[in-house]
Design a protein around this ligand. Structure first.
Ligand SMILES: NC(=O)c1ccc[n+]([C@@H]2O[C@H](COP(=O)([O-])OP(=O)(O)OC[C@H]3O[C@@H](n4cnc5c(N)ncnc54)[C@H](O)[C@@H]3O)[C@@H](O)[C@H]2O)c1
Length: 439
């Protein structure tokens, strides 16, 4: 059965039909058991490190079938086929005949969606092809790496009516969703400012075991930008009503000098390793400041090439208080006892637990990053099954990913402000908050 996205039913359910905008109903969550029995057929494109993890989760979601997998590496595809078979599902067909073989997968008539977990430069060609072949596109982070690519995703999703969701898992963290509930209940007052970061030593991901640049390392050679903005921004988008009441206006970025990559390669592989002598463009720490149209400010940091423990440094602040992720604490004016500087966050997390997590049960915590990876896929699958808009839509996906190219532009121009595109073409002004609306 070919997916039919713009049905009369969907048109009637639509909340924001416009001449060019998508006309699907907003996403819901908490699907009924009956709905969960409806099969959802997904083709997986790219089953390396991340794609394999996503595939394992798909096997744990009720009603998901994976009739096809694609990878240029036949061993990776064979591993994926085994994972599906071991989960008691029909063995998928493997597409391994080169870089364009994903097209044969997307052209299959028995798929509803494609999950794309390939190197970044393939995300847009693959998502666009999938949407044109009337398959929902669920694409890894960042979904696009240039502004032109961001627009291509938006325009294709609009013209085909097929949703495209960047699978930003950090939007689904338990603490982040509880904070979203607190914000929506007004605990922090009117929000004005936020900090976020992706502080994650990823050097062994950028380079292979011999110290040679992998595909990600090649981006470090060629570009100086916040190359990974979406993990930090994932929760911030809904915390700050971006694309539903506010939007990014302009950005200013600054990069530190580049020492970490060379230092890592020299201490790990020796001073004479050829990769240690390459001219990496990427600065060690990239800091971006974004001003929103409403006048709020966001600081985004990328810190992925220096040795350090993992950290996201989320802090969101309003007229009545703030949440600080590193401290695991909140301060709420009039509620936090006067003698305390900070209150512990865990009792608030419990009190404002999001329905997505109440629903989730303990099983989700066995999966990637303690649960968010399961939830992001479960919600994507629910949208595919219900033929609804995805919870993170193409506008949100493009807005988060665009920081990659915008930060690069600003850094190259000596930290000049650069205008952020309005991918929604004005719809942000009337769109109501739609991500993970709880109660
Ligand atoms: N959300 C998260 O927490 C998270 C974590 C890790 C990686 N990622 C993202 O996942 C994506 C993949 O990263 P990874 O670490 O799995 O990389 P990887 O190199 O381990 O896997 C990529 C796979 O894509 C395959 N591939 C390359 N070109 C292809 C093509 N043209 N057709 C089909 N297959 C192709 C490769 O053979 C490989 O198996 C990236 O976008 C990355 O940023 C996200």
């Amino acid at each position: 059965m070919q997916a039919n996205f713009i049905t009369r039913r969907n048109l009637l359910k639509s909340v924001s039909a416009t001449a060019t905008g998508l006309v699907l109903a907003p996403a819901g969550f908490g699907q009924t058991a009956a709905a969960e029995e409806t099969p959802v057929r997904i083709g997986c494109i790219g089953v390396g490190g991340r794609g394999t993890g996503l595939l394992r989760i798909l096997m744990a979601i009720n009603g998901v079938e994976v009739p096809a997998v694609c990878d240029i590496n036949p061993a990776a595809a064979a591993r994926a086929r085994k994972i599906v078979a071991q989960a008691g599902r029909k063995e998928p067909e493997c597409y391994t005949k080169g870089e364009e073989d994903y097209k044969r997968l997307a052209d299959r008539s028995d798929l509803d969606a494609a999950i794309i977990a390939t190197p970044w430069e393939w995300h847009v060609p693959m998502s666009v092809y999938a949407m044109r072949a009337r398959k929902y596109a669920g694409v890894e982070v960042p979904c696009a790496i240039t502004l032109e690519e961001c627009w291509e995703l938006v325009k294709t999703s609009e013209s085909t009516g097929v949703p495209c969701m960047m699978l930003e898992n950090w939007s689904y963290r338990r603490d982040n969703l509880a904070v979203l509930n607190m914000i929506r209940r007004g605990l922090f007052g009117e929000i004005v400012h936020c900090h976020c970061a992706h502080s994650h030593d990823c050097l062994s991901w950028y380079f292979d075991k011999q110290g040679n640049p992998r595909w990600g390392g090649n981006h470090l050679l060629r570009r100086n930008a916040d190359q990974y903005p979406t993990h930090g921004l994932g929760p911030v988008l809904s915390w700050m009503d971006i694309n539903c009441g506010d939007r990014f206006d302009y950005a200013v970025s600054m990069a530190s000098r580049s020492l970490g990559i060379k230092d890592y390669l020299e201490r790990t592989y020796g001073k004479n390793h050829p990769a240690a002598k390459l001219p990496y463009k990427q600065g060690d720490i990239v800091t971006t400041m974004v001003k929103t149209v409403k006048g709020n400010t966001i600081v985004i940091a990328m810190d992925m090439q220096l040795p350090r423990p993992y950290d996201n440094r989320w802090q969101i602040q309003g007229t009545r208080g703030l949440y600080n992720e590193q401290r695991g604490a909140v301060y709420i004016e009039g509620t936090t006892p006067e003698h305390e500087e900070w209150e512990p966050f865990p009792p608030y997390q419990e009190k404002y637990e999001h329905a997505l997590w109440k629903d989730a049960g303990s099983i989700v915590q066995q999966y990637g990053h303690g649960g968010p990876d399961f939830l992001v896929l479960r919600e994507f699958v629910a949208a595919v099954r219900g033929k609804t808009q995805t919870p993170i839509d193409v506008y949100d996906s493009a807005a988060m990913s665009a920081i990659f190219a915008l930060s690069e532009k600003s850094i190259a121009a000596g930290s000049m402000p650069v205008k952020c595109p309005d991918f929604t073409a004005g719809k942000w002004e009337t769109t109501k908050p739609k991500f993970a609306v709880d109660g």
